[in-house]
Design a protein around this ligand. Structure first.
Ligand SMILES: [Zn+2]
Length: 232
């Protein structure tokens, strides 16, 4: 279903960041959604190889946490944040799909994705899903799943409360805003799984921490985290 959705997109003719033409004159080179110059200008975190990195620091308090990496850094208004805005709110999830594929090819020399059993994208509340028409994190999960051959699961974790956008909350309010927003079902089916939780951006990590807490009934499970971008 997702791939049909991607296939139904008209390829944008121009790079959304610099406006240059994206049409490849070489039939062997696939069409892209972001030009190579802009793609190479994005700042990588190197967190696939950096253990005890600043993204991991956000989750170490959970004793079943294994490792975490964000692919890129972002700041308000920079290129990465513009791409993510377009992916989330501008009906261009193919941008985040492409960034994920880039992330995987950068990770191949590392063991970051080794021994992951299942990928779980952070779910949207059904009402928000209907409004947006898609969940951008499903595209991250799909790109990971296709390139790494690891299954994705969207049935064991649900978002049961439609909280306000985290970007609109500050400090302690962010923790409160995401308290109890997730629920799980059939926890026995996740027994001893190493779960990769995926999301588009990580700021304070409170949404993912809340999701890990909801997964407490997954006996013997371990949690790792991948995101496209980490706020500085
Ligand atoms: Zn460009």
């Amino acid at each position: 279903m997702l791939s049909q959705y991607i296939g139904s997109f008209l390829f944008p003719q121009r790079c959304p960041l610099c406006g240059c033409s994206l049409e490849s004159t070489d039939s062997k080179i696939p069409n892209r959604h972001i030009c190579p110059t802009c793609l190479h200008s994005l700042e990588h975190t190197q967190q696939f190889v950096l253990r005890d990195n600043i993204t991991e620091d956000l989750f170490v308090a959970n004793n079943r946490f294994e490792r975490a990496a964000a692919y890129l850094f972002y700041d308000k208004g920079d290129k990465v944040s513009r791409l993510i805005q377009l992916a989330k709110y501008g009906r261009h999830p193919e941008l985040i799909y492409e960034l994920t594929r880039e992330a995987v090819s950068d990770s191949l020399q590392t063991d970051f994705f080794d021994d992951i059993d299942v990928i779980i994208p952070i779910p949207l509340h059904p009402r928000r899903y209907r409004q947006r028409g898609y969940n951008q994190s499903d595209y991250i999960a799909q790109a990971l799943s296709e390139t790494l051959h690891i299954p994705t699961d969207v049935s064991h974790v649900q978002r049961i409360r439609n909280n306000q956008r985290q970007a609109l909350s500050k400090g302690k309010d962010r923790e409160k805003n995401v308290e109890g927003i997730f629920a799980v079902n059939h926890p026995e089916e996740m027994y001893r799984q190493h779960i990769l939780i995926v999301d588009d951006v990580i700021t304070t990590g409170s949404t993912i921490r809340s999701c890990m807490e909801a997964m407490e009934p997954f006996r013997g499970a371990r949690f790792s985290v991948f995101a496209i971008a980490k706020a500085r």
